[in-house]
Design a protein around this ligand. Structure first.
Ligand code: HEM
Length: 509
């Protein structure tokens, strides 16, 4: 995608307009254990715009006194159209946002949305069922009901609710039983991070703001393409000017994209299959499950975490679980190469391996540095980070209940949400090039052990295996993995800055 060049003078230090940013970019609302995501379609464009113009969206500034409830709003490209935004403005957003998640079969194939996960089978988000707006409500315990009733009453003239995506509090665990929400990129709110820093070759959690907010420089030192408007289209002067093009109004500034995927998890099949592979041995069963994730059930990583380094950008409790990379485990004997967390964030380096020096370059070119060659199979991770904001849903069932054959009715899974300024380079890349890719990191016939759809590749290669490399001797191999995760719905939303939301609700453009 074309990107504008950065004015280096603006790259660091300039203040961030927290008041204009939706709080979800900054906070995961961990203490807000109650949440529901409302999917809406426009019933009356005028009334819909009136609500969007007034709605009290939670902003990003508060650090200590987080509000007791929070509300966030995102719109799909169909939603922008439905509230009357001009076509040329919509088309200036990224193509994947304009097309939508289920927009074409090639995208669905790349994302692994095939077979039982095919968009034609989705409960929402497939053709003719794309939501216009998502309203995300979060509340401290006991407060969601009232918030939801109030908000639903406020927007009912403008919108009909097509789906209420409920979430549940599983005490920090995802439905398979692993601690979730550990590893996240840190945003450079102070704008101190130097993009294109050739000396920064080690893995770093700190990311340029432009990776997660439009209108700021990203890790390439560039401004991601977004709608820049002639000021004549903003007669009330609502929008900020673009940092990189001050003659234009920046509709993207302080906004981001939100990817939502409802992922149903078959917890019974997961633990029953592992039990079979383990021949009923509890310790083997747990070892295999941990190998698939790359962490133990309690969140401890399979490769040793380093002592926290001041430069890592990680807070102390997080560091114990998260300050590690895979350089000490190049063959995947501690954490399998195909483990979920190793695929979704290979942590190999912040720049392509080997450093920028001429000697190092020569070594790699001539093939003397086998370690670096190994890492070259995966691209540098700094350009592919995701800010995850998902929530579990359904009634929890423990591995013990599964193995005792105790049925717990209902369906359960993850309302997966991630934020990023570039859907293609962030979510779509991670999902297709790393998670679903049968050839990831030099492998041949396996996709993500949790998320793979187990369908053969176009070339007829099977993808239902999982390898656990061993120190001595051949890999331990699990074959014929069943599908554990199925897509039930999904969509791409634009999560606008507050001023952009007001502008869009006037549909001035
Ligand atoms: C039902 C589906 C999923 C389950 C059960 C699941 C489970 C987990 C677990 C247990 C962790 C480790 C805890 C943590 O670091 O927070 C994790 C990490 C992660 N997951 Fe997933 N996940 C799912 C879907 C996805 C999807 C669809 C993506 C992206 C397309 C994704 C991307 C990541 C990333 C980026 C990490 C952090 C890796 C790291 O930095 O070490 N996950 N996931």
């Amino acid at each position: 995608m074309a990107q504008a060049a950065m004015n280096p003078a603006l790259a660091t230090g300039a203040a961030v307009e927290l008041h204009d940013i939706q709080g979800l970019v900054r906070f995961a609302y961990k203490h807000h254990t109650e949440a529901v995501f409302l999917l809406l379609r426009v019933r009356d464009a005028g009334a819909a715009r009136a609500w969007l113009a007034e709605v009290a969206v939670t902003r990003a500034p508060t650090e200590d006194a987080t509000p007791s409830t929070a509300l966030h709003v995102g719109l799909t490209s169909e939603g922008l159209r439905a509230v009357g935004v001009a076509d040329d403005v919509i088309d200036a957003f990224s193509p994947e946002f304009v097309d939508g998640m289920a927009g074409d079969t090639s995208r669905s194939r790349r994302l692994g949305d095939q077979g039982p996960s095919d968009p034609s089978r989705w409960q929402w988000g497939g053709t003719n069922r794309v939501p216009h707006v998502a309203v995300l409500l979060y509340a401290l315990p006991g407060l969601l009901n009232e918030l939801q009733q109030t908000v639903e009453a406020q927007f009912q003239a403008g919108f009909e609710i097509t789906h209420r995506l409920w979430t549940s509090d599983m005490g920090g665990l995802e439905p398979f039983g692993f601690v979730d929400g550990i590893s996240q990129p840190e945003l450079d709110w102070q704008r101190q991070r130097l993009a294109r820093d050739a000396t920064q070759t080690a893995y770093l959690s700190l990311s340029c703001l432009g990776e997660f907010l439009l209108g700021y420089p990203n890790e390439y030192g560039l401004y991601t393409t977004r709608p820049l408007l002639d000021p004549a289209r903003d007669p009330l002067g609502i929008l900020p000017r673009a940092e990189d093009a001050p003659e234009s109004c920046d509709l993207g500034r302080n906004g981001t994209y939100l990817v939502m995927r409802q992922l149903s998890q078959d917890v019974y099949t997961f633990w029953q299959a592992l039990d079979r592979y383990a021949g009923g041995a509890a310790s083997t069963r747990e070892r295999l499950a941990s190998a698939m994730v790359g962490r133990r059930l309690n969140g401890a990583p399979l490769v040793k975490a380093e002592a926290p380094s001041p430069a890592s950008g990680l807070g102390a409790p997080q560091a114990a679980l998260n300050d590690f990379n895979y350089l000490s485990d190049p063959l995947g004997t501690c954490c399998p190469l195909g483990a979920h967390i190793r695929r979704s964030n290979p942590r190999n380096a912040d720049l392509p391996p080997g450093g920028a020096g001429i000697v190092s370059l020569l070594m790699r070119t001539l093939g003397f540095n086998a370690g670096a060659r190994e890492q070259d199979f995966v691209a540098s991770t700094r350009f592919h980070r995701l800010l995850r904001r998902g929530r579990e849903y359904g009634v929890a069932v423990t591995p013990a209940q599964v193995l005792a054959g105790q049925p717990v009715p209902g369906e359960r899974g993850l309302q997966f949400i991630c934020l990023g300024a570039n859907i293609q380079r962030q979510f779509e890349f991670v999902q297709s090039a790393w998670i679903m890719n049968a050839k990831f990191d030099g492998m041949r016939d396996e996709a993500d052990p949790l998320l793979g759809n187990r369908l053969p590749t176009a070339a007829g290669m099977s993808t239902d295996c999982f390898s656990l490399p061993q120190f001595n001797g051949p890999h331990e191999r699990l074959t014929g993995l069943p599908q554990f995760v199925t897509m039930l719905g999904g969509a791409y939303f634009f999560l606008p800055g507050i001023r952009a939301l007001r502008f869009l609700s006037g549909a001035y453009a």
